[in-house]
Design a protein around this ligand. Sequence first.
Ligand code: PLP
Length: 219
Amino acid sequence: MTIEQRLADVRTRVNKAAAEAGREPDSVQLVAVSKTFDAEHIRPVIAAGQRIFGENRVQEAQGKWPELKQETGGIELHLIGPLQSNKAADAVALFDVIETVDREKIARTLSDEAKRQGRTPRFYVQVNTGLEPQKAGIAPDDVAAFLTLCRGEIGMAVEGLMCIPPADENPGPHFALLARLAAENGVDKLSMGMSGDFETAIGFGATSVRVGSAIFGSR
Ligand SMILES: *Cc1c(COP(=O)(O)O)cnc(C)c1O
């Protein structure tokens, strides 16, 4: 299959999963995760009409996206990987959506940088639904207090919640937990689901799915 065919196949599966969940197809955005792939691999996906992309490293994204964004208007770039404070300014400058706000310090730094640069990236809070020690994210029990801090003192409008369920577990309960936390806290967007489980995530209310290998091939 060509990369265009794989993209078309994923779009078809997204639409089918949305229909089966009784949802409108356009209520689910497809974020094409292009990490590790260079501009030559990304251009055909842009040519096929995809405009929303995800990257997990600021430095890697800086190496390819300024040029790709210049070539084609309307690109929306999501940061989906952990963010160090010393990269916050670069992240605010390049990304349109930052999905991995996971601690007070980075929330404050991002908020300050956005004001300083006059940029308005949208922010998601990452939730560690599986309480995995090696994984970033706010613990489910701490989400309400963290959102209060972000929305209040820090002055950051949080648009969504994001999670990466443990690799070796049934993802359904994790997606259900994220959806419940969003509903309880008045958060509209849910970034959940990857190549192996995006249809399940759509069933639990995902408003965006982050799909890499099913589009670009294995890394
Ligand atoms: C790499 C990555 C994805 C995409 O994973 P695939 O299994 O290739 O679809 C999604 N989300 C995050 C946070 C990632 O790092």
